[in-house]
Design a protein. Sequence first.
Length: 646
Amino acid sequence: MLNAFRNFTKSRYGLIIVFIFLGLLAIAFAASDVTGMRQGITGSSGALATVAGEKVTEQQVRDRLERYVRNAQAQGQNITMAQVLAQGGFEAALNDAVNTAAMEAFANQNGMAVGKKLIDTDIANNPQFAGMDGKFSQQTFEQLLAQNRLTPAVFREGMTTQRYAAWLVGPVALRAPAPAGVVTPYVATLLERRTGIVGFVQSLAMDPGPAPDATTLAGYYAQNRSRYQVPERRIVRYALAQPDALKGQATPTEAEIAAAYKKDSAKYAASEKRGVELVQAISQSVAAKVAAAAKGGDLAGAAKAAGLEARTIDAGDKAGLAKQVSAPFADAAFAAPASALQGPVQLGGAWFVYRVSKVEKIAARTLDQVRAELTEEVAKRKLAALLADSRQAIEDAVGDGATFDEAVAKAKLTTVRSPALIANATDPDNAAYQPDATVTAAMKAGFGFEQAGDEPQVVPVGPDGGFALVSLDKIVPAAPRPLAQITDKVKADYLLDQALAKARTAATAMLPKLQKGVPMAQALAEAGATKGAPPKPFDFKRSELRGKENFIQMAFDMPAKTARLVEAPNRAGYYVVYVDTIQPGSIAGDPQGPQMLQSITQALGQVGAQEYESQFAASLVSALKVRRNEAAIARLRADLQRNGGQ
């Protein structure tokens, strides 16, 4: 799952990506990746480490983990935060945050400074922020930042950090191609071609001999007891509290409905929505130019003539407009008359020219008009409160020493006893048994108890707020099934093993014949193994082995004109492999040779530089005073694991 996560730090500018985690911009800033810019710099919820006096915060680590999951999911990868944490994502995010802080501190200590004008130039030249005319677009810039939940300040800080990384790591990341003396033999090996043939000696084609007597069967069972092992099973008792059982008590009264209406009176009062067309400029002179040109009514055309773009915001309330633009602009737009051009006017530090294009009046709604809506809302709140009170009462009773039976009786619930199930809630003795969500949750809790009689536990069941009180009733230790229960199964296994042994003997006898030139079909016939698929020739390059069967891969470890055998899965028999020819790889004589030579040269060059980059990162950290707060790190790791990274 995390191969992509780990490989991400091994790309061409791997160390830069280590520092910035998921990347910021290419070193030349020619192709910016805005989605990777959010650093979480503003977060300060607890210091996990300090690097030269600078704090590495919990929020920075959380942001890195969330960003990785979000970006991976956006690319279609089915990955969750829990999976990232389970496979080392926490340590990678923490190390990245420490490395980033070390890189910035090292740059500052050595007199490096990134000026505002440099960042402004990078933003203006960034093609991702260009409008339809190819020039910088303030609207595009704002929209991209908003989509990625970035403020301009955080975006600029991220670009500053990336610039330091480019200056420091760029010289290390520059690398020469791998030497031809290394690459050429390696590519030639990948282009090596082998031909041969594979035969199959099937177990079912062999006579297993007579059925075993009782003594033989008992001995075979004793030697193979592990084959018939049943995992540990547990029996739990649980009592389910369901929302449906409490719905009768959650019916709202008229007084409750009226109180809810009064509490949310602003929601049902008369309101207004407005749509606006606006142009934002960086100076009064530019805004005045747009306003003068827009007097004829075409604000979009006036903006385009000034190298800007007009934004159109559909009907929304004042809070929504404030979020999309700014609070001062929203106040002004909701005070302005409809259709009239406004501006230039400075609002919240920016200059605007705008027009209210739509005014939508929304009438107030009476209690009778929203009664059904309020009844449903109040009922849901009351039901949630009843469930919470019921759960709290049960937990309090258990905490005060009540037994499972006492707590269930007090809560007036019904006890259910599960079958003996394994941890995934299935029944090894009944393949048709299908556990529901309640049983699955109860068994998960049941396998968390140390022994029967431990304090019962309350566990959530389903998304509707239901829960169950669970108690461990009995532990059934792991043990092999008794021979008397599985006599037919053990007998069949015995006979299959006898047939497999004879198949091996027959396959082994074929090897010297094949090496003397006897055709595979003839060798199979002489071994009495003509049942099953006929012999199959093969012809592969070493570079084509990925995903191939193990007997084909084995062929590339054999000399020419030799034969070997390998057991097939599930005791089905033995594959007999004969390698006929080995053709050495030739880059010049293979159509794929030149392309493979180029790609391998590049790949080996990257691999060779990764060690330099890794050592450079380690040297930065070791050169600075880094202090880790192991207690805080452990707390954050435990919290993330407990809550699935949220």
